[in-house]
Design a protein around this ligand. Structure first.
Ligand code: NAD
Length: 296
C-alpha cells in the first residue's frame, strides 16, 4: 500500500480520496475548504493544513482541481509542490485541463526527476463514489504501469491514450460529445412534453430506440424521470455548468489549433453560455433542460 497526498476534495475528489482510504492506502488530504476535509478525516484520511504538508513523505500525489491555472499554480507556481516533492515521486493530475498546461507541468516536474501523468476521468460523481470511473491517461508506458494499481482503486476502465497531454485531448473530445448529447436530449424531451408526451414514457422509448445515449441511460435531464440524479435534486451536485463551459472552451481551443471543424461543439458552448448568463453556472450541467422550457 502507498502513502498518497490528495489535493482537491470537491464533488469528485472527495469520493475518489475516500475510495483510496477504503483500499487501505495512507491518504493525506488538503482542500482550500476545510469542511471538505472533515468527512475524509472521519473515514480515516489525515487532514493537512497546506498542500505542502499533505505531500510530506508520500509516494504518489493526486490532484483533482477545477482548471489548468490551479494545477499550474499548485505544482510549478511560487513555492509550488515541485520544490517539496522527493525525486521519483509520481504525480497524477486527474483534473480536466488544457493539454498544453499538462505538458508544461509534466516537463517542468520531469526536470526535477518527478514523474507526471495526466489522468482525467469520466463517469461523474456517481462513478467517483462507486469507484467505477474511467481514467484516460497521458504519460510514459512506465508511469502508466506505476499508476494503474492506484487508479484501479478508484476506477474500472483505465485507458492509456498516449504521451503526456493525450489524456486531456481524449477527455475533451468526450466532453464535447457529452454536451452535444445532453443538449440534444433535453430539446427532444421538451418537444415531447410540449406535444403531450410523458417524459418517463418518452425516455423509455428513446432508450430502446436509436436516440439511446448515456444521458438517457444514467443522467436524465428531466426532473423526476430518474431517481438519484441531479435533475431530481434541484440540479444540485454533479457536474457544474461552469465546468462544462470550461471543457467546451478547451474543446474549441483545441479545434482551432488543429483546424478541426466542430460546429456542434461550438453550438453547445453557445447554449451553455446562454444558460450560465441566466444565473445557472453553479447548477449541474443537465439543468440545460430548463433552457428549453416554455416560461409562463
Ligand atoms: P469542485 O469545484 O467540486 O472541486 C474542486 C475542489 O478543488 C474544491 O473543493 C476546491 O476548494 C478545491 N481547490 C481549488 N483550488 C485548490 C487548491 N489550490 N488547493 C486545494 N484545493 C483546491 O469540482 P469537481 O466537480 O470535483 O471537478 C474537479 C475536476 O474534475 C474539474 O477539472 C472537472 O472538470 C473534472 N470532472 C468533474 C466531473 C463531475 O462530474 N463533477 C466529472 C469528470 C471530470
Amino acid at each position: 500500500m502507498a502513502t498518497i497526498g490528495f489535493i482537491g476534495l470537491g464533488n469528485m475528489g472527495g469520493p475518489m480520496a475516500a475510495n483510496l482510504v477504503k483500499a487501505g492506502h495512507q491518504v493525506r488530504v488538503f482542500d482550500l475548504v476545510k469542511a471538505s476535509m472533515d468527512s475524509l478525516e472521519e473515514q480515516g484520511a489525515k487532514a493537512c493544513n497546506t498542500a505542502i504538508e499533505a505531500v510530506q513523505g508520500v509516494d504518489v500525489v493526486i490532484s483533482m482541481l477545477p482548471a489548468g491555472k490551479h494545477v499550474a499554480a499548485l505544482y510549478t507556481g511560487k513555492d509550488g509542490l515541485m520544490q517539496h516533492l522527493a525525486f521519483g515521486t509520481l504525480v497524477i493530475d486527474c483534473s480536466t485541463i488544457d493539454a498544453d498546461t499538462a505538458k508544461v507541468v509534466g516537463k517542468t516536474l520531469a526536470e526535477k526527476g518527478i514523474e507526471f501523468i495526466d489522468a482525467p476521468v469520466s463517469g461523474g460523481v456517481g462513478g467517483a463514489t462507486a469507484g467505477t470511473l474511467t481514467f484516460i491517461v497521458g504519460g510514459s508506458e512506465a508511469n502508466f504501469a506505476k499508476a494503474k494499481p492506484v487508479l484501479e482503486n478508484m476506477g474500472k476502465n483505465i485507458f492509456h491514450a498516449g504521451d503526456v497531454g493525450a489524456g486531456q485531448v481524449a477527455k475533451i473530445c468526450n466532453n464535447m460529445l457529452l454536451a452535444v448529447l445532453m443538449s440534444g436530449t433535453a430539446e427532444a424531451l421538451q418537444m415531447g412534453i410540449d406535444n403531450g408526451l410523458d417524459p418517463k414514457v418518452l425516455s423509455e422509448i428513446m432508450l430502446k430506440s436509436s436516440g439511446r445515449n448515456w444521458t438517457l441511460e444514467l443522467y436524465n435531464p428531466c426532473p423526476d424521470v430518474m431517481e438519484n440524479v441531479p435533475s431530481s435534486k434541484g440540479y444540485q451536485g454533479g457536474f457544474m455548468v461552469d465546468l462544462m463551459r470550461k471543457d467546451l472552451g478547451l474543446s474549441q481551443d483545441c479545434a482551432r489549433s488543429s483546424n478541426s471543424s466542430t460546429p456542434m461543439g461550438a453550438l453547445a458552448l453557445s447554449l451553455y453560455n446562454l444558460h450560465a448568463a441566466g444565473g445557472n453556472g453553479k447548477l449541474d450541467f443537465s439543468s440545460i433542460f430548463n433552457l428549453f422550457q416554455h416560461k409562463g
